[in-house]
Design a protein around this ligand. Structure first.
Ligand code: UT7
Length: 355
């Protein structure tokens, strides 16, 4: 038995934020952002009204309708996000509540794999479907980045990249041998965990530097003091409550890992890059996608890019892009679709799907 994507949906908030608008808060420019990333604009959710979970619920209802099921038919939820509504409980149960799934047979799982979150979620769903454990799995990626970014010049290398949005897919079994998920490939390497990270506050209690060897002054009290995992004024003053990234390092890893993991999946399936009808890369940077396209010798028609409109929506970027490509008629029955992602962790992965 194989798994198939039976329905897909996406949602982005109404509010569009242009590069020029960002340049009012920080020292940046439309020219710099477009040249380095390809991004023209992104969407931000409505503060106090929209959340990571509420956006996921909208995307999920669309996916359910297209799969011909009701939300209460969902028997397992896998929610990928790095920007959850709460520390705990996870967004999976919040989404279950928001969708009115009240039967107790349903399970919910949150995963924290950042940019490759949707790939990991899809692979988990694939395994559960193949074992016959579940029949309707919701895989969802949703991010509300705009609530946790540094809108000063200090944070410009990260802030200009990210946007809000959600994408959802219903995964079901199929006995059609010419359809479904052919393979998924997942990888990780924690060596460079801090190269792209959102570190504070955390149970490291201010001493994460033992991993990096770097001395970080968190303004914490002595090491033998307990109950001090929260933000200190010193941390707030120094912007330590925001994500940080060593952009060039991440870029170099990304352009290496994307082609590698795509080729790994193709090799296992006995296929070539030329067999791909549509590659949906995680939308990290248009220059990364173009590099991958060139390395694999793919034509413009074989690669979907929408980072120009949405920026990087992390766990939501692959399902949003897949959904848009499908809605545009660029993903059709019988097509070979390849999904791929790389990001914080580092974690990366790919999936090959016969649509
Ligand atoms: O999705 C998860 C995975 N993430 C990625 O794959 C992201 C990978 N990395 C990247 O996409 C790129 O590294 C960035 C877009 C983040 C940065 O582009 P870059 O070409 O690597 O720039 P850089 O970090 O080397 O910075 C070049 C210059 C610096 O100034 P100096 O030191 O040369 O004077 C930065 O301070 O650009 C400056 N800069 C900016 N200038 C205007 C950094 N951010 C900005 C900005 N506006 N927003």
């Amino acid at each position: 038995m194989r798994s198939k994507i039976a329905g897909i949906g996406h949602y982005v908030p109404e509010r569009v934020v242009t590069n020029d608008e960002l340049s009012r808060f920080m020292d940046t420019s439309d020219e710099w952002i477009q040249e380095r990333t390809g991004i023209k604009e992104r969407h931000y959710g409505k503060k106090h009204e929209e959340t990571t979970t509420s956006m996921a619920a909208i995307a999920t209802r669309i996916a359910c309708e297209r799969a011909g099921i009701q939300p209460e038919d969902i028997d397992f939820i896998i929610f990928a996000t790095l920007s959850p509504d709460y520390y705990f409980p996870g967004c999976g149960v919040l989404l279950q509540r928001e969708l009115g799934i009240t039967h107790k047979e349903a399970g919910a799982l949150d995963i924290r794999n950042q940019c490759s979150g949707f790939l990991y979620a899809l692979s988990i769903a694939d395994q559960f479907i193949k074992t016959g454990m579940y029949k309707n799995i919701l895989v969802v990626g949703s991010e509300m980045h705009s609530m946790g970014l540094d809108f000063t010049t200090r944070g410009r290398n990260v802030t200009v990249i990210f946007g809000d949005g959600a994408g959802a897919a219903i995964i079901q079994p199929t006995d059609n041998p010419n359809q479904g998920i052919l393979t998924t490939k997942l990888h990780s390497d924690g060596t460079y965990a801090e190269k792209l990270a959102f570190i504070n506050p955390g149970s490291h209690g201010g001493y994460h530097s033992r991993h990096t060897g770097e001395e970080v002054d968190y303004g914490y009290p002595p090491k033998d003091t307990y109950g001090e995992i929260f933000m200190t004024q010193h941390m707030m003053d120094n912007g330590m409550q925001y994500p940080n990234m060593e952009g060039q390092f991440v870029f170099k890893m990304a352009v290496q890992k994307f082609p590698e993991v795509i080729m790994e999946a193709l090799k296992e399936a006995g296929l070539q890059p030329s067999d791909i009808n549509m590659l949906i890369p995680h939308q990290a940077n248009l220059r990364i996608s173009q590099f991958v396209q060139k390395t694999l010798r793919l034509s413009d028609d074989q690669v979907w890019n929408n980072i120009q409109k949405y920026g990087n929506t992390t766990a939501a970027s692959v399902p949003i892009a897949l959904c848009e490509a499908w809605e545009a008629g660029k993903v059709k029955e019988g097509d070979l679709v390849c999904l791929a992602a790389f990001g914080s962790g580092f974690t990366w992965g790919s999936a090959l799907i016969r649509w």
